[in-house]
Write a new protein. Structure first.
Length: 663
């Protein structure tokens, strides 16, 4: 019996010892948590309860050259309701009045909102949805409703602001305007002007502290931000919306007429290189057209006969040919090794000068010109093309520029037929914008200027950076350029593009018709193009039109498919009596409204603190006046002012922002 008691005592001591050791371990852990890891666990608890959320800064506006909006950030507001934080007295007093106001504004019945809010109160819902995607004036109206007017704590009002990027022109120039998207790893995907100048436009994000509530939802702690966001700068582009509109619709009509796959148009100011319009339209499976890809910048392809200008300029600069030199086109087809060059004109043109060959776009004559003068030293011809910069990208700010291709005799795939085929634009690759830059240089007496998309950067209407003029260089002598200009004018006056000759505007250019996928015998697809400048005397603009895969049954030659688009654009820009409908003024002025506005403006100018009546004014007039008053303007919509966030006649005081709704 004594032995048994002894064993029990041993077990008791063992258990007591183990419990004592456990107690020591627990105590040590508690002390460690309290004094060593306490801050870590406290921070973790707070992180799970409180968190700083990023407030995306408003992107700056993107304007055209005349101050019309191409892209703008519009504030949108989502309204939520905390049904728990409101006192019983305030809840009962304001429930029905609030529901009536919500009913009037959003269309649901008063009973619907009474039931919804009561149910949220009963269920302890602290994040009930009231309305989404409200404009500034709508948000201000809702925030003054019964109960909501008491604020975040007493009235349970939760307001979440976000920004939406809007394009007032809709689909016009959409690929050129572009976008900028931020990836999960913090990098940006840049497209178009929005991407190229994102550093200026995006601004700096702010922070807002929120508390985690039921069902994984987060509620702002207060109405104030921890760090205020800083809006981005405004960027003024070279695009002219009127010319852009002309180019877009002229291209669209021709694509539809010829059932083409896609096409592009670029209009460039000759002396400055400023891009005034750039339209890119591709066809959907349903036969509709939209700004699908930036073909002008990114699509490198065989140019066809528009490359004859480059071949001619190279030969003139090397002094291996004169425009009066004669070549025998024979019967319109000449064989080089195992391949045959054909002229589009059956039977050929006989013996013609190189000037006539350019005007009539003879493939055989140009193949002979280049082959006879460079076959013993093809590198000389290629090096001349290289010296003119045709093998280099333009170095555009817009991402995605296509890479040009000019074959070199040292290439593995250089054949005996490569040289003569290059003469009329096969085997080489250029983007439409690269081709246009060369044509523009010829119009500019041989002076190449880099295409320019941006004029300046602004903050609150003040210029903070002016984009430098592009570096220019000569691609050829002035004498050669003048010869080429004259030959291009003859193309329109009595050459392949005589169908677009106009009695009211002299134009110059070169047609191009290039067969694509010619290795597929069952396919007959073409690229129709026309590049040139206008007016002939003192050129102001250069322009290129490229249309891919028109329906061959309807037409495919450059003079028929592409050149008429060039003519329409040129006449609408320059002619006093255009043969087609004029583009209506985008913002017609209302004299009665202007008279009313001027009276208010005189008051605001005198006192520097009174808000004028802006209703009915064109957007840019309103913006100009408001910026003169020291206000920062945010707008939504397009057209004239319909609503303004600061009432007419009201003192501006310390207010810095004003929101305008356009219609």
């Amino acid at each position: 019996m004594a032995a048994e008691e002894k064993n029990i005592l041993k077990r008791l001591y063992l258990i007591t010892g183990l419990l004592f050791l456990i107690a020591i371990g627990v105590g040590f852990k508690l002390l460690n948590i309290q004094f060593v890891e306490g801050e870590k666990y406290k921070a973790l608890a707070e992180e799970r309860t409180f968190r700083n959320f990023t407030i995306t800064a408003n992107r700056g506006n993107l304007y055209d050259a005349n101050g019309n909006l191409l892209a703008t950030s519009v504030p949108k507001y989502d309204i939520r309701f905390d049904a728990v934080t409101v006192s019983e007295e305030n809840f009962q007093e304001n429930l029905v009045p609030l529901s009536k106001e919500l009913s009037l504004m959003f269309g649901q019945s008063t009973e619907y909102y009474v039931s919804k809010i009561k149910s949220a109160r009963k269920n302890g819902d602290r994040y009930i949805r009231i309305a989404d995607n409200l404009g500034y004036s709508e948000y201000k109206k809702v925030s003054n409703f019964p109960m909501f007017s008491l604020g975040a704590f007493k009235g349970g009002l939760i307001v979440e602001q976000r920004t939406v990027r809007e394009h007032p022109l809709g689909g016009i120039a959409e690929r050129t305007v572009g976008y900028e998207r931020k990836t999960e790893n913090g990098k940006y995907i840049p497209v178009g002007l929005e991407g190229a100048y994102g550093e200026y436009l995006r601004g700096k994000d702010g922070k807002r502290l929120k508390q985690k509530i039921a069902k994984g939802q987060w509620k702002p702690i207060s109405d104030n931000n921890e760090i205020e966001p800083k809006d981005g700068y405004d960027v003024v582009s070279t695009i002219d919306v009127n010319i852009q509109d002309i180019a877009h619709h002229a291209l669209l009509a021709q694509l539809q007429k010829y059932e083409a796959e896609h096409g592009t148009v670029v209009v460039m100011e000759t002396k400055t290189g400023e891009i005034k319009a750039i339209a890119n339209l591709g066809r959907t499976s349903k036969g509709k057209y939209f700004e699908k890809l930036n073909y002008a910048v990114g699509e490198s392809h065989e140019p066809g006969s528009t490359f004859k200008l480059m071949a001619l300029v190279a030969a003139l600069e090397d002094k291996v040919v004169d425009t009066s030199d004669v070549f025998d086109t024979q019967n319109g087809k000449i064989k080089f090794y195992d391949r045959t060059v054909y002229d589009s004109h059956r039977g050929g043109f006989g013996k013609i000068s190189i000037a006539e060959a350019f005007k009539l776009s003879s493939n055989t004559a140009f193949a002979l010109l280049v082959n006879e003068n460079y076959k013993n030293d093809p590198e000389k011809f290629v090096n001349r093309l290289y010296n003119m910069g045709l093998n280099e990208k333009l170095g555009l700010e817009i991402k995605g520029e296509g890479k040009p291709k000019i074959p070199h005799p040292k290439d593995k795939n250089w054949y005996g037929t490569t040289l003569p085929w290059m003469a009329f634009g096969y085997g080489v690759h250029l983007t439409p914008l690269q081709t246009l830059a060369f044509y523009n240089a010829i119009a500019n007496n041989g002076k190449m200027v880099k295409p320019k998309f941006i004029k300046e950067v602004r903050e609150w209407g003040k210029i903070i950076e002016k984009i430098d003029e592009p570096v220019s260089y000569s691609i050829c002598s002035k004498e050669t350029a003048i010869i080429a200009q004259d030959l291009m004018a003859q193309v329109v006056s009595d050459g392949t593009a005589s169908n677009i000759k106009s009695p009211i505007l002299e134009m110059a250019g070169k047609t191009g018709t290039c067969q694509v996928e010619y290795w597929i015998k069952s396919e007959q697809n073409y690229i129709a193009s026309f590049a040139g400048f206008f007016p002939v005397e003192n050129p102001q603009y250069s322009c290129i039109v490229v249309i891919h895969k028109p329906n061959p049954a309807l037409g495919f030659y450059g003079n028929i498919v592409a050149a008429p688009v060039f003519k329409q654009i040129a006449q609408k820009i320059y002619s006093d009596t255009p043969v087609t409908d004029e583009i209506p003024v985008l913002n017609p002025k209302n004299e009665e409204v202007l008279e009313d506005f001027n009276s208010y403006y005189s008051i605001s100018k005198k006192y520097k603190s009174v808000m004028p009546n802006l209703i009915g004014l064109p957007a840019m007039d309103a913006i100009s006046i408001l910026e003169n008053l020291g206000l920062k303007v945010k707008i939504s919509g397009n057209g004239v002012v319909k609503e303004q966030s600061i009432e007419p006649g009201k003192k501006i005081g310390s207010t810095k922002n004003i929101y305008l709704k356009l219609s």
